[in-house]
Design a protein around this ligand. Structure first.
Ligand SMILES: [Zn+2]
Length: 372
């Protein structure tokens, strides 16, 4: 070494040290992901939403924005699937630039597999391509009620239909390009219709294998362009054994898919009423996991504290899998923004609202410390 020129030695030294520096940086940051998840705004709310990014997300050092776009984009590959008044490429670019300014990573979402209808309304994919329906014999009711004799929560597409992925992947590719995204969120929560007896392709098949097959297919497609797949975690949890129930966990045996899907899928682990310790389960299975609260500030605070504790007490192998927190908003973006800016959110901070949860969670994250 003593014969090496100084610059070469320094260079080699930096090469050796830099992974260590990176590790130390990540150790100092208890929340590598400080996220916010909401539906993409309507065109009319675009300016207000960008104001929200500038004034509320950036100031709280939010660095990840999951935008549920679905069909609210003027797709060129499938014009027939656009919502009326969908965001144009130019409007999307204004969102992308607003986020770029603050180093916020946008992850666009289209619900794949499940959530192809809502209450009595079919969503665009099955409206235009009814042949993709997993349960063609289940008719959409005029007056939707839950529970109902069909067990209809949301429709699913058939993961084994030979034509469905051509259409769906066109949308995925186009939206990732439009949002300049290196990750895509496929939803995949609350899939109740899967391997249904009324589907000639899927009847009798193993539901965990069907679910895992669909996850792997989407993940592999994204991987071709070096993009990462994010999904909700509920189908990977055993609802009966854990007592977590049929919504935030699975009653239809899909939970065994946790051992069948690729480990580089990022899990958004949502629990809105209890701070369940499921991040430990996902991290031990090899997944990167983020915890997602909704409207209970007290639960979100415990979840944030837990995330810090998990990272502190983890083995080096697991530490970075505890990736952070993502606040979710399920109200329409229009109502959320109206409530936020019209001061109609005058309820005490401990009241359970999305706005209070958002404000309280990020106050807590600030207290728990950012990296310098
Ligand atoms: Zn099927």
């Amino acid at each position: 070494m003593d014969t090496m020129p100084y610059k070469t030695t320094l260079f080699i030294g930096l090469l050796l040290v830099s992974p260590l520096l990176r590790a130390q940086q990540s150790d100092q940051d208890p929340f590598p992901v400080r996220g916010f998840c909401i539906a993409a705004p309507d065109r009319a709310d675009l300016k207000t939403f960008i104001r929200f990014i500038d004034e509320e997300l950036a100031t709280r050092r939010v660095n990840t924005l999951i935008l549920r776009v679905d069909f609210n984009y003027a797709f060129k590959s499938h014009i027939e699937l656009r919502d009326s008044g969908a965001l144009t490429a130019k409007e999307v670019l204004s969102l992308v630039n607003a986020c770029k300014k603050h180093n916020i990573r946008i992850i666009p979402q289209i619900n794949l597999l499940g959530h192809q209808s809502w209450e009595g309304t079919l969503n665009n994919l099955l409206k235009k391509y009814p042949e993709f329906d997993e349960t063609p014999t289940v008719k959409m009711p005029a007056d939707y009620v839950w529970p109902n004799p069909d067990g209809l929560y949301c429709k699913s597409y058939c993961p084994l239909h030979p034509g469905v992925h051509k259409v769906v992947f066109d949308l995925v590719d186009e939206i990732c390009t439009a949002f300049k995204a290196d990750a895509f969120h496929a939803g995949m929560d609350e899939v109740f219709y899967l391997g249904h007896d009324s589907c000639q392709r899927c009847a009798g098949r193993d539901k965990a294998e069907l679910f895992a097959g669909e996850v792997a297919l989407i993940r592999n497609h994204l991987k071709e362009k070096d993009r990462q797949l994010w999904i909700w975690g509920d189908r990977l949890l055993d609802g009966r054994t854990t007592g977590m129930g049929m919504w935030e966990a699975s009653y239809n045996s899909t939970w065994r898919a946790v051992d069948l899907i690729p480990k580089d899928v990022v899990i958004c682990d949502w629990h809105y009423e209890r701070p369940d310790q499921t991040p430990v389960y996902f991290a031990m299975k090899g997944f990167t996991v983020v915890t997602c609260p909704w409207r209970m500030p007290n639960v979100a605070v415990v979840q944030a504290d837990d995330m810090v504790k998990f990272r502190k007490t983890a083995t080096p192998e697991m530490k970075d899998r505890y990736a952070g927190m993502v606040q979710t908003v399920w109200n329409s973006t229009s109502s959320f923004l109206k409530d936020f800016y019209n001061d109609s959110n005058d309820k005490p901070v401990e009241t359970n609202t999305e706005i209070n949860c958002f404000i309280t969670l990020f106050k807590r994250i600030k207290t728990l410390g950012f990296p310098q």
